[in-house]
Design a protein around this ligand. Structure first.
Ligand code: NAD
Ligand code: MG
Length: 396
């Protein structure tokens, strides 16, 4: 490697951000932290600055910036504090940056992630919502800038590892028949359907295999996460929705598979720990120790597979419909889901209402073509408004 890689971590205080910094700190000879961002839990951001000594830190507003500057001064650090989306875009695109970890959750990550793409960075993509919202524009920007896009989502990272290096020629050209996207089934895989009405945010966030942020944990419980990942896979690998099959695999040991026309099926396995895909993407095409324990197949003992139950997981059906509809439909799906999940976490709606709300918003909103970022945010805004109207109609 020619020089120490300078890394910006967008969403440093989150689950993926912290796992990234864990891997980076294991290899100070290879990586330096250039910038960190946080939105809440800003005392944790200060602690991360003290540990990693970034050139920049980014916070949401001036009040938070004042507090952080004070803390940095006390600690004797020269880290410069930037504010808001402009600050995020600046540290994503700075000429000194080699790689950007895009680990902000939700639509808020789109502009900074796109700024990194447009600046031609190595972009480590955890923020799947950005790609779901703007897939066509996003992939066009990747091609135009020459950015290197590496998937962090464990399934997509697994698929990337199972595909040949020249897969961008087209899946058909490289002999791929299907992508098999694995899903754990989440905490409610076997909950009696009648009990779903009463499940709590705490139960939804208690994922059996993965420790993650609250929004993606609820998405995993509803399997909207797998729906978003289906759309993500279509963009990353230029696949049709019909080429991506979801396979419920409760052990989360196989992270996904690729089925070739000769009958070969390649899979990537490992312990469910995000430091593996993070280390893979950071070092690609080399390999890097991540701190993840070796997989003990004897302890795993068995691997199970099931077809997904769309009655139990209506969000998966809605996402597949949005993928097939194309245009603005995935952005509308994503925005309605963000409002629904936030309302569920605030105990304003019950768990089954997440899917009801999204379905109604999708039915109310006509599918339009997205010819630019303004159109993406307009569709996102309309969907959020419809979702809020749904909430007030229900008196929530
Ligand atoms: P998290 O909630 O733990 O962290 C989110 C980060 O984004 C935090 O640093 C938070 O401060 C920041 N943030 C939140 N709202 C923001 C806003 N409006 N503006 C700027 N920053 C904001 O989430 P996570 O689990 O780390 O997930 C991050 C992303 O990675 C999500 O898109 C998720 O789907 C994806 N992902 C996560 C995992 C996982 O294992 N956690 C796996 C695959 C993909
Ligand atoms: Mg995933």
């Amino acid at each position: 490697m020619s020089h120490v890689q300078r890394i910006t971590v967008l969403g440093a205080t989150g689950s993926i951000g912290l796992s990234t910094l864990d891997v980076v700190a294991r290899h100070p000879d290879r990586y330096q932290v250039f910038a960190l961002s946080g939105f809440s839990r800003l005392s944790e951001l200060l602690a991360l600055c003290i540990k990693h000594v970034p050139v920049f830190a980014v916070v949401p507003d001036e009040a938070a910036a004042g507090n952080l500057r004070e803390g940095l001064r006390t600690a004797g650090l020269a880290t410069e504090v930037l504010v808001g989306e402009a600050g995020l875009c600046q540290v994503a695109a700075d000429p000194q940056v080699d790689a950007v970890m895009a680990a902000i959750v939700g639509a808020a990550g789109l502009k900074p992630t796109l700024a990194a793409v447009e600046a031609g960075k190595k972009v480590l993509l955890a923020n799947k919502e950005a790609l779901v919202m703007s897939g066509h524009l996003f992939m066009q920007a990747v091609r135009q800038s020459g950015a290197v896009l590496l998937p962090i989502d464990s399934e997509h990272n697994a698929i990337f590892q199972c595909l040949p290096g020249d897969f961008t020629r087209g899946l058909g050209q490289v002999g791929v028949r299907r992508i098999l996207l694995t899903a754990s089934g989440g905490p409610f895989r076997e909950t009696p359907l009648g009990d779903l009405q009463n499940v709590t945010p705490e139960q939804a966030c208690a994922h059996p295999n993965w420790s993650m942020g609250r929004k993606i944990s609820v998405d995993s419980a509803s399997m909207m996460n797998k729906g978003l990942e289906l759309i993500e896979a279509c963009w990353l690998f230029d696949a049709q929705p019909s080429q991506v099959e979801v396979v419920v695999h409760p052990q989360s040991v196989i992270h996904s598979l690729v089925d070739y026309i000769d009958g070969s099926v390649l899979a990537q396995l490992g312990n469910p720990d995000m430091r593996t895909p993070i280390a893979h993407a950071l070092a690609w095409p080399e390999r890097l120790a991540s701190g993840v324990a070796p997989l003990d197949l004897f302890a795993v003992a068995r691997l199970d597979f099931q077809a997904p139950d769309e009655q139990r997981f209506p969000c998966l059906r809605l996402a597949r419909q949005a993928a097939q509809a194309g245009g603005s439909a995935p952005a509308v799906l994503n925005a309605a889901n963000e409002i629904a999940v936030a309302a569920f976490l605030e105990r304003r709606i019950r768990y089954p209402e997440i899917a009801s709300m999204i379905e109604e918003v999708l039915n109310q909103e006509a599918v339009v073509a997205l010819d630019g970022l303004e159109a993406v945010f307009a569709a996102d805004g309309r969907a959020r408004l419809l979702a809020e109207q749904w909430l007030s109609r229900q008196g929530r």
